[in-house]
Design a protein around this ligand. Structure first.
Ligand code: UN1
Length: 493
């Protein structure tokens, strides 16, 4: 199968183009070939999106939302198929694949509901016989750059508020996971979304992403990916005066206090750390544990880890799938040596799995380091794989300080039975998402998603906050006095 761009409601003919193979990370099978587009392809898509947007902005928001209800309905109808494709191209286990598709369905219905809200504000004017209000207004053509770890959910966090907000979009999916974008394009086509509202351009970020960032007619860029790439996106976007929304890395911690329910904490840690093979921006990669329960927590973690099955995620019995590609495996593995050189103790894991199916795919053993100091590289840098560092502390204050002592600020969690500690922690943990007595993953779509410090630039995906990215405030004054009224001058009483 050859995946070609979807622009202006048409599947582009691309005989001459360069194509790259899409591989199943579980076994190396070639699933499809994907188009590597050029700046000219981006320009073509933007031109179509500009024309379409003029009309789309005039479609009433509740009518724009009706398309989202239809999209949600089709996604629901095809949930199993979408989940299977997702697991094949991204590698996450099928149960998580279904969960991710569900996240997209939820987002469709949630944002469709916004079509009948999208509340603005009225406020008194300082002058008599004058009415003042501010309303959310469409922005224009927006560029969406999405990662491979959540190929459908994150795309829905961005494209659905863009649609309901009256914008048209160019979506550049990750090169590793274009098949979900292809499936979504088919859905956009089937629900009859007007031509040019949803455009998909496949290719590398260096070519397509840069072209979007430099295009004069693209007004917003919403990006999720690594901090390294995000920095470049911000630089190029800033130079070109784009509104740029960034969601980047994490170094998320679970804090376990001495009064915690340890079995519950173990379950939360394993799910957050090794789910999606640790390839979530919200993945737990540090455990900050009170010294009184450290040994016991480690013992229980090790026992439970023996039950984790690793393999092809399309097998229902498998708990942990492969990581995305060889490059990722090598990066993850390089941290084992780094950790050992820094003086951390490797408790379990630390190896690239081999033999049988492992030789065909990209499998990494779930790994625990202990005796980790907060400033070690393994406790500071995002590894994006199934590797966890255990750090010992002596108090809640110290735990919070360690949690906050990284450049990232996406998600954090605390296990404690003490309500006072829980409330203090939610106030003081410097992250965009805080969990009490739950792991660091599992964000729900109707709440804002994003982080502080090096994780982002103040914007949020998901929730009603997403509308702040994809709409602009317009202040409207209606003077019904029939005479010239001058603000700041004629308002003296
Ligand atoms: C991500 O971590 O890359 O919170 C996205 C979660 C999911 C989304 C995660 N709902 O785990």
């Amino acid at each position: 199968m050859k995946l070609t761009n979807f622009v202006n409601g048409q599947w582009q003919q691309t005989e001459q183009a360069e194509f790259r193979p899409v591989l199943n990370p579980a076994n190396g099978d070639e699933l499809a070939k994907v188009r590597m587009s050029t700046a000219q392809d981006v320009d073509l898509a933007v031109k179509a999106a500009v024309i379409a947007q003029k009309k789309w902005a005039k479609v009433p928001a509740p009518k724009r939302a009706d398309y989202l209800y239809e999209i949600g309905r089709l996604m629901k109808e095809r949930k199993e198929h979408l989940a299977q494709v997702l697991t094949k191209e991204m590698g996450k286990v099928i149960e998580e694949g279904r969960g991710e598709v569900q996240e997209g369905i939820d987002m469709a219905y949630y944002m469709a509901g916004e079509g009948r809200r999208m509340f603005g504000e009225t406020t008194p004017s300082e002058l008599g016989d004058k009415f003042a209000m501010s309303i959310r207004s469409p922005i224009g053509v927006v560029g969406l750059i999405t990662p491979w770890n959540f190929p459908v959910a994150i795309a829905t966090w961005k494209s659905f508020p863009a649609i309901v907000g009256g914008n048209t979009f160019i979506w550049k999916p990750a090169t590793e996971t274009p098949m979900m974008a292809y499936e979504m394009a088919k859905i956009f086509e089937e629900v009859g979304l007007p031509d040019g509202v949803a455009n998909i351009v496949f290719g590398a970020g260096s070519e397509v992403g840069t072209a979007l960032l430099e295009h004069k007619d693209v007004r917003v860029i919403s990006f999720t990916g690594s901090t390294e790439t995000g920095r470049k996106v911000a630089e190029t976007g800033g130079r070109n005066l784009k509104k740029v929304s960034l969601e980047m890395g994490g170094k998320n911690a679970v804090i376990v206090m001495e009064d915690a329910d340890l079995d519950l904490a173990v379950e939360g840690i394993l799910w957050s750390a090794f789910g999606t093979a640790g390839q979530r921006c919200t993945a737990c990669s540090r455990v900050i544990v009170h010294k009184d329960v450290k040994e016991e927590l480690q013992r229980r973690l090790l026992t439970k880890m023996e039950t984790l099955t690793i393999g092809d995620g399309s097998d229902e019995n498998i708990k942990i799938g492969p990581v995305i590609n060889r490059k990722a495996i090598e990066k993850i593995h390089s941290y084992i040596e780094i950790g050992q050189q820094e003086g951390a103790t490797l408790l379990v894991g630390g190896e690239i799995l081999t033999g049988g199916i492992y030789d065909k795919g990209n499998y990494y053993a779930p790994t625990l380091f202990t005796d980790v100091q907060p400033n070690m590289r393994i406790a500071q840098e995002e590894i994006f794989g199934p590797v966890v560092s255990i750090i010992e502390v002596a108090s809640l204050d110290e735990a919070i300080e360690v949690n906050n002592g990284v450049i990232y600020g996406l998600s954090s969690s605390i296990y404690t039975a003490d309500v006072n500690r829980a409330f203090k922690a939610q106030r003081d943990l410097d992250t965009g998402i805080v969990y009490i007595n739950a792991g660091t993953t599992g964000a729900e779509i109707h709440l804002p998603f994003g982080g502080t410090k090096g994780t982002g630039n103040g914007h949020r995906d998901s929730g009603v906050a997403a509308l702040d990215v994809f709409t602009e405030w317009k202040s409207v004054y209606v003077d019904y006095s029939g005479k010239l009224q001058r603000a700041q001058i004629d308002n003296e009483t």
